[in-house]
Design a protein around this ligand. Structure first.
Ligand code: NAP
Length: 313
């Protein structure tokens, strides 16, 4: 039976249990608000797939993202947050209270905090979808071990690509890092670390044009050196795509203002184009997408939601 069927109306529904959603839910519950936290898979979001955290204050290299997300979730529930494992498929924000349609029911809440984060972007190459799980991967820490002792590549030049290269260098024989420009977007601290790894080769100004396949598995890539105009085939067993993210906002279609890339247009307090609906974390328009900024967003959005509910009352 859904929450609506039971006539239950939450003060706040937080959608997404990554760092932003977990923080928002905890702050709401601590403020005495009846809070539902809706999560489609398991708590943590992208954080749960992070091997080591080294730029989240108070935690060092020995703490995994998974461990931290479990702690955050337990902490939120200890203040009374109710976790509902379901997927929000569409929303109705035009009335008060607001309605969330989920795969297994409907949930009604006076305020909503959207913290659904973002997922790895696809490169858009032929065979990319077909070979997902057969050598094409979007998560080095999840799939790297399948390619122990093999040659692999990473596409991208940001923090994710750099962290993936460092992780895979310990597992794989050789790691090619294909960077489309002649500079890395990744934070400076990664540059020297990458250069010091003997089995990581940064291949500048290079784009992957084709994924090669043999017996249903990735067998190599055809790459173009944009500067020289030359092409070559590099045999390898896996391609890790790390070219940025796509926001998880499809279920909001038409209900709220999104920017041209699909991120929710929201200010620092998470206020969106819809009164009573707030956005926090990677899903909102912002410059720096980190655990620390997601946590800050979550606290701000919870505060803004509490203020909204006060005025509503
Ligand atoms: P990102 O910072 O947007 O970097 C994406 C990288 O992929 C850039 O180097 C970009 O090249 C390249 N790229 C984009 N489209 C491409 C394409 N079609 N073909 C080839 N290369 C392409 O994405 P991210 O690394 O996933 O990071 C996302 C956010 O999470 C960032 O805010 C980042 O700081 C954060 N993050 C932080 C950490 C950490 O602090 N340890 C770890 C992971 C992620 P150009 O530079 O030419 O655009």
């Amino acid at each position: 039976m859904s929450a609506e069927d039971q006539g239950k109306i939450y003060d706040v529904a937080v959608i997404g249990a990554g760092p932003a959603g977990l923080t928002a839910a905890m702050y709401c519950a601590r403020a005495g608000l009846h809070t539902a936290l809706i999560e489609s898979i398991s708590a943590g979001g992208q954080l749960a797939q992070t091997e080591h955290l080294e730029n989240y204050p108070g935690f060092n290299q020995s703490t995994s993202g998974y461990e931290l997300s479990q702690i955050m979730h337990e902490q939120a529930e200890s203040f009374g947050v109710e976790t509902i494992y379901d997927e929000v498929t569409s929303v109705y924000f035009d009335a008060q209270p607001k309605r969330l349609n989920m795969a297994f029911g409907t949930l009604v809440a006076r305020a909503v905090i959207v913290a659904t984060g973002a997922r790895p972007a696809k490169i858009g190459l032929p065979r990319e979808d077909e070979l997902k799980g057969a050598g094409v991967s979007y998560c080095a820490t999840c799939d790297g071990n399948f390619f122990r002792g093999k040659d692999v590549c990473i596409i991208g030049g940001g923090d994710t690509a750099a962290a993936d290269a460092i992780y895979l260098s310990r597992i794989c024989r050789k790691v090619f890092l294909f960077v489309r420009r002649d500079v890395l977007r990744a934070t400076a601290i990664y540059h020297e670390r990458l250069k010091a790894l003997p089995n990581v080769e940064i291949v500048w100004n290079t784009i992957v044009e084709e994924i090669l396949e043999s017996d249903g598995m990735v067998s190599g890539v055809k790459v173009l050196d944009k500067k020289m105009g030359t092409r070559q085939v590099i045999p390898l067993s896996a391609i890790f795509v790390a070219i940025g993210t796509t926001p998880n906002t499809e279920f909001l279609a038409g209900s709220i203002e999104l920017d041209m890339h699909g991120y929710i247009v929201a200010d620092e307090m998470g206020k969106t184009s819809v009164p009573g609906v707030f956005a926090a974390g990677d899903v909102r328009t912002k410059v720096l997408r980190q655990v620390s900024t997601g946590v800050g967003d979550g606290a701000n959005a919870a505060d803004a939601a509490a203020e909204y509910l006060l005025q509503l009352a």
